[in-house]
Design a protein around this ligand. Structure first.
Ligand SMILES: Nc1nc2[nH]cnc2c(=O)[nH]1
Length: 142
């Protein structure tokens, strides 16, 4: 990582501290273009906004998909104070962003939590009703 990239990652950590000071979980992220210019910044607002999806990484992925053309998105890097969770990683992939640089890994975050890293998995059941479920989907993707 270059010194300029370290500065961008430090800013993401600063946003995490701002989130915590505001009463939200301590996560912050930003998007930078290929020249290192900051395009957008966000912080976690899940508590103050009463929104379980209000992770900064997800908000920035949604913003990028709305506001950036695909070539610009692909040249954009997300700098984030912690490795994106599963929800955000999916959104980042869908947004077309080209790269993610994170500070703490999910494992390292887990070490800072009482009880450790693992997120309890919700049991999922399926597949089922395959013939019926495929009807609205068939032919949609071309
Ligand atoms: N990476 C990340 N992990 C989280 N875990 C809980 N909230 C967050 C968040 O906003 N970002």
């Amino acid at each position: 990582m270059t010194p300029d990239e370290e500065t961008l990652l430090r800013r993401a950590i600063e946003l995490a501290a701002e989130a915590r000071a505001a009463g939200d979980p301590p996560f912050g992220s930003l998007l930078a273009d290929a020249g290192g210019r900051v395009l957008a910044e966000e912080r976690n607002t899940t508590v103050t906004g009463r929104d379980i999806s209000a992770h900064p990484e997800l908000k920035l992925a949604v913003w990028a998909a709305r506001e950036l053309d695909p070539a610009t998105a692909a040249a954009t890097t997300m700098f984030t104070s912690c490795q994106p969770c599963g929800m955000c990683a999916g959104a980042i992939q869908r947004s077309g962003l080209g790269r993610v640089v994170y500070a703490l890994s999910e494992g390292q975050l887990g070490e800072l939590k009482p009880g450790g890293a693992a997120w309890p998995q919700v049991p999922q059941e399926g597949p089922a009703l395959l013939d019926e479920a495929r009807v609205p989907v068939e032919g949609y993707y071309r």
